[in-house]
Design a protein around this ligand. Structure first.
Ligand SMILES: C[S@@+](CC[C@H](N)C(=O)[O-])C[C@H]1O[C@@H](n2cnc3c(N)ncnc32)[C@H](O)[C@@H]1O
Length: 307
């Protein structure tokens, strides 16, 4: 387990307490308050790194999507293992990179001097000053943001952006799709998706990826651009680039299917562990079956605070 020594201020003990369930570690604070149900152990940190490498391939090594000539301050909401924040800091030594996460456990011990990681709940109003950042990124936090928080979350992001500053949002829609329509209700991947997404009802919005454009427009962001990019679960594509992305994503998918739904299904929905393991094993098998052409839609959306 990585220690949260990299934090600049002494951490509230409540954020450090871990509970172990079914072989995975969770942050007690986040679980008790129903904020997040994802593991926070070394395995999960490793998976997030793996997934970050996949995103490098998906986005052709671009970490920042909008055109921003000078980066002075950047905020990463839900920094996880810190990979995005640290790479931004390395590439832009003149830029100060802030990160917020409810859980300090997955960040490395040593971070560059220009990285400042803080523990906070993104469901609460931001404490940063108004007009402070040139870019705010929020990537894969849908399982941790309360459904009714989204409009005020975007409003907070807009408030802390400089005029002309940008927000970039990335969310996976975990409702598995098939490029040739061959995944049916009988498939374990479909069952995994339905049960996983259902387990967050009604408190979280796992469909928020599809709503990012509307959320940004509703809060007055401009130059809004939203895309859906298929994220292949394995190397099934005949297109060489997509095939390479799928190959890279195969191991991430194998781990993701087990890690993400473990607490939601076995603890919140009381599915027996052996039944869960059997479902995940079948879903993993299907994910690597080329003929099913399985993918998760990945939603990417950018918007600009008016000048
Ligand atoms: C799936 S990980 C993604 C990490 C990183 N953004 C990435 O793309 O690699 C989600 C992260 O968001 C954090 N998170 C979820 N809900 C949060 C909340 N309400 N406040 C702060 N952090 C949160 C989790 O602790 C976890 O580290």
């Amino acid at each position: 387990m990585t220690s949260p020594d990299s934090q600049t201020e002494a951490l509230d003990e409540r954020f450090l307490e871990i509970i172990s369930i079914n072989g995975r570690d969770y942050q007690k604070y986040a679980v008790d308050r129903q904020i997040s149900f994802e593991p926070v152990d070394d395995d999960e940190a490793e998976r997030l790194e793996l997934q970050h490498r996949v995103f490098h391939k998906v986005f052709d090594d671009r970490l920042i999507f909008p055109p921003i000539p000078h980066l002075r301050r950047v905020l990463d909401c839900g920094y996880g293992s810190g990979s995005w924040a640290i790479e931004i800091a390395d590439q832009h030594p003149e830029c100060k990179v802030f990160g917020i996460d409810i859980c300090p456990h997955m960040s490395p011990d040593d971070v560059p001097q220009n990285v400042n990681l803080e523990v906070d709940d993104l469901n609460r109003p931001f404490t940063f000053p108004t007009k402070y950042f040139d870019l705010v990124q929020s990537r894969l936090v849908a399982t941790g943001i309360h459904r009714e928080r989204w409009p005020s979350y975007i409003r907070d992001i807009k408030r802390v952006l400089n005029p002309g500053g940008w927000v970039q949002l990335v969310e996976i829609y975990f409702n598995v799709q098939s490029d040739n329509g061959s995944i049916t209700e009988k498939h374990a991947l479909r069952e995994w998706s339905t049960r996983y997404m259902g387990s967050f009802e009604p408190s979280k919005d796992l469909r928020v990826g599809t709503r990012l454009r509307n959320l940004l427009l509703a809060e007055g962001l401009t130059e809004v651009d939203a895309r859906m990019i298929p994220l292949p679960l394995s190397a099934w594509s005949t297109d060489p680039r997509m095939r390479e992305i799928g190959a890279a994503n195969s191991e991430n998918t194998r781990r993701l299917l087990h890690a993400l739904a473990l607490f939601p299904l076995t603890q919140r929905r009381r599915m027996p562990l052996d039944q869960y393991q059997a479902l995940v094993a079948r879903a993993q098998e299907e994910a690597r079956t080329p003929s099913l052409k399985a993918y998760f839609p990945l939603y990417v959306c950018i918007g600009r605070k008016p000048l």
